[in-house]
Design a protein around this ligand. Sequence first.
Ligand code: ZN
Length: 150
Amino acid sequence: MSSDVRELYQQVIVDHSKRPRNLRPLEGANRKVEGYNPLCGDKVTIYVKLENGVIADISFEGSGCAISTASASLLTESLKGKTLAEAEALFESFHNLLTGLEPADEAPKLGKLVVFSGVCDYPTRVKCATLAWHTLHAALSGEGEKVSTE
Ligand code: ZN
C-alpha cells in the first residue's frame, strides 16, 4: 500500500470517528445487540430493522476508540438495504481482510470498508474494527443479546 493510499484511508477513518453516521437509537428496530471489547473498552449497540430478510434500517450507539466508532459508522452505511445473505458475505470478507486472508485489491465488494485494510498490521486493533461486525452477526442470527470479543 502506498503512503498516499494509507493517508487517504486514515482520513476516512478519522472522518467517521469524528462524525459517525447513523449514531442513534433506532425506532422500530426488531434486533438489538450489545457488543463489548474488553481489550480496549469499546462498547457498541447495533440496532437493526429487518423486513422480509432485508436490512431496512440500521443504526448504532456506543463509546470507544476511533477505530471501533469508525467501523460501526461504516458498517451501518454499507449494510442499509442489504439482504441477510449479502450482509453475511460482507462480514466474511471484512473479517478476511482484517486477518490478512484477503488482500485489499481482491475485495472490491467491500467498497469503502477497504479503509480498514491497514488495521491487519496492528493485531491488537483488529478486535476494535471487528467488534461492530461480530455484534451485527449476533443480531442477524439471533444468537443472543450480548457479545464479547473475549
Ligand atoms: Zn478500540
